[in-house]
Design a protein around this ligand. Sequence first.
Ligand code: NAP
Length: 234
Amino acid sequence: MQHDSRTALVTGGARGIGLEIGRQLADLGLRVLVAARKSEAAEEACCVIGPAAVPLALDVTSAWSVTEAVREARELTGGIDVLVNNAGVSLDRELRPPYVDEDILRATLDTNLTGAWRVAQAVVPGMVEAGYGRVVNVTSSYGSLALMDSGRHPAYRVSKTALNALTRMLAAELSGTGVLVNAADPGWTRSGMGGPSAPRGPREGADTPVWLATLPEGDETTGGLFADRRPLAW
Ligand SMILES: NC(=O)c1ccc[n+]([C@@H]2O[C@H](COP(=O)([O-])OP(=O)(O)OC[C@H]3O[C@@H](n4cnc5c(N)ncnc54)[C@H](OP(=O)(O)O)[C@@H]3O)[C@@H](O)[C@H]2O)c1
């Protein structure tokens, strides 16, 4: 294992792709704040990852929870250098745009867009102050306007398109501050969301987010959307 003084916060870090992102970041020597809605789930995931992992209770849909978690994270670690906005929901698999339930639309946006935005707002000012940060928004090819060729998963798709827009805006705003902001599509991956038939495992799904989370000092990659470490059309 390499040694690294950086701390990464991974939302939705107790299972699926998030758990694997935390595991890979820990293998690279980072301290990893494993955030999950339930403390017990975060603690169990930390046992799996090892001593570099620290559990954190965090529900991205609650402003109070985000504020408390980031305050606790700073107390525990001094600061957050890397943020992986991985938490996400897909609630509308069988629905189509004319019929999508408004409550489902609202719940999807609240987690996938506003949740990521909320956590970024709590974390990014500290990164700017430190002159260093890596923000990775875990998106999906379903959010790509260039690939928007069906009405399946409408709320999910719109939430990821909006997350992509947030990525571009944050990156532009933070240009020159040392904080790099990118979006990563993990690809169709076996997980609670991806299901058992997906062609790739969590290790492959986590690869591009981890690559972007650990872009080296001096790297200027920001405001991009990537899949398999290559640019993906917006
Ligand atoms: N799997 C795929 O094929 C695929 C493809 C493209 C993109 N993605 C994206 O990859 C990311 C991870 O998905 P996954 O496949 O690993 O799905 P998953 O196994 O269903 O995991 C989703 C994670 O999000 C967390 N989460 C949901 N709502 C939350 C909230 N309000 N606050 C905090 N955490 C919350 C869950 O935490 P709990 O344990 O508390 O429920 C869980 O850790 C998502 O952003 C997803 O959109 C996945």
